[in-house]
Design a protein around this ligand. Sequence first.
Ligand code: ATP
Ligand code: MG
Length: 575
Amino acid sequence: MRLSKMHINTLREAPAEAEIPSHVWLLRSGMIRKLVSGVYGFMPLGYRSVRKIEEITRQEMDATGAQEIHMSAIQPAELWMESGRWHVMGPEMWRVKDRHERDFCLGPTHEEIFTDIVRSEVSSYRQLPLNLYQIQTKYRDEARPRFGLMRSREFVMKDAYSFDRDWEGLDKSYKDMYEAYERVFARCGLTFRAVEADSGAMGGNASHEFTALADVGESEIAYCDSCDMAATTERAAVKDAPAAEEAELPLEIVSTPGTKTIDAVAEYLELPKEKTIKALLLAVYGEDGGVREYVAAFIRGDRELNMTKLVNALGVPEHMAAFADEAAMEAATGCVGGFTGPVGLHDCKILVDSELTGMKNMCAGACKLDCHMINVNYGRDYKGDVVTDLKKIREGDPCPACGAPTRLARGIEVGQVFKLGTKYSASMGAYYKDDNMKDHLIVMGSYGIGVTRTLAAIAEQHHDEDGLIWPVPVAPYHVIVTVVKADDKEQSELAERIYGELLANHVEALLDDRDERAGVKFKDADILGIPVRITVGKKAAEGVVEYKPRAEKKALELGAAEAVAEATRFIRDRL
Ligand code: ATP
Ligand code: MG
């Protein structure tokens, strides 16, 4: 393609909304274009890279025997009512009505649709296992769309669904998908980790997230260098601190004026934070928006609450639980903001982190203004309605598997796989008949890759201060041939020859034949991140050009034929 004919629009400056490098460079390269918050379009170069990621994904899916179909983004509410998710999904689900007032959604995911296909088209064990997938646009009205393609409201997802006769079958399907995902992300040039994950609103009982490592990522993962433990911090189990070996002392109320935080009370009473109990006050809201129940969760004062573990313990979707309106909760339960402890509460569900059951003589709020209790002991003074692990793992905490210090890292969730089991086949009635004509529930898995988020993750891992540096398999073009002076006959003839030879070698080449200053062309080539640049300048008459991989600082002087051979080899080695 000749740049003189191509629609490109590189920007000298990043639009103000771009906060992270991938967003800056995808906008500045003109590869994506914002329409409204969280909604982006793809321009010619951007769309080429999207299609390459799609194609890599497609090849790896097809290699496992999965079959591609294409379903509508518009989904009738009835199917979501059947699975029970119409309400679980909350405000993220983009709901629309047709002219007859019938409810639909713009699909955030497709478990219901694929289950519906299979329940009506599969009847015999002979038709299983089956894996169907699509590469399609998804809609989620995210509360905080941000970072461009990273968290958008419309995005491209590859979603696959496996259907098996039994759990062993699902294990195999899941493993096939897991391994295919490893190949997809490796081919996309990502540095990533597969980690155990929570299954959230998807349901099911096993899940892994594929996380591209990046400091700006919204996922936090915990891993261990001594064993293979790796999990999202939402999911990672936390070992309880060893139980204290102290005699229980008598419960006392002490005056602690103005000490509303753990730091303040620990300082005032000269206690380590490990000796305090932190209270978190929440409400579970019903479908009508009213409070269904109040919840007080207690963890050791030095710990942080893990919201995912908390909503799992409550058995409610995350969007239905939120920090409570304190005044309303005080009136209903006897809690006192900043001075709430587990003793003296009423009409409220009490959740206790399992670690607290082994702690002795703790300090907690007294449910009385400016007062705390000391020597609070589990069992004697209070009990939990639910006792479970509610805490967030920290750097250095003992690994839940082997005890070595846990490490933390941040990353971008680019894919997730779920063992759904029979959640959808049971709620929606998807059965197959065995050879005795007996009905069995189909055992399912679901598997998603965020195609457009993957593009952003690649940009996040592959850029420098001058622009993008695309890995060859996802680069919009492979080589850019830059003519320093487009009106110089020798230069343009040599550049044309090189360009033609690259095309003949099946290298995807761009020819920058624009009537622009050389500086502008070099800057654009850097921003666009084309993996190899061949520059035809002053030495064109001698048949000498400059050859420079985008990732390297120094250019080489090579003969034209040599430069073509070198570029061709460079690209072929990396495809
Ligand atoms: P997140 O936790 O980031 O909101 P999710 O766990 O809800 O994502 P899944 O339901 O697992 O997402 O969807 C499969 C894949 O789709 C994700 O792994 C991610 O790559 C992509 N994805 C999800 N939400 C978005 C979004 N708002 N914008 C872009 N890609 C997304
Ligand atoms: Mg996910």
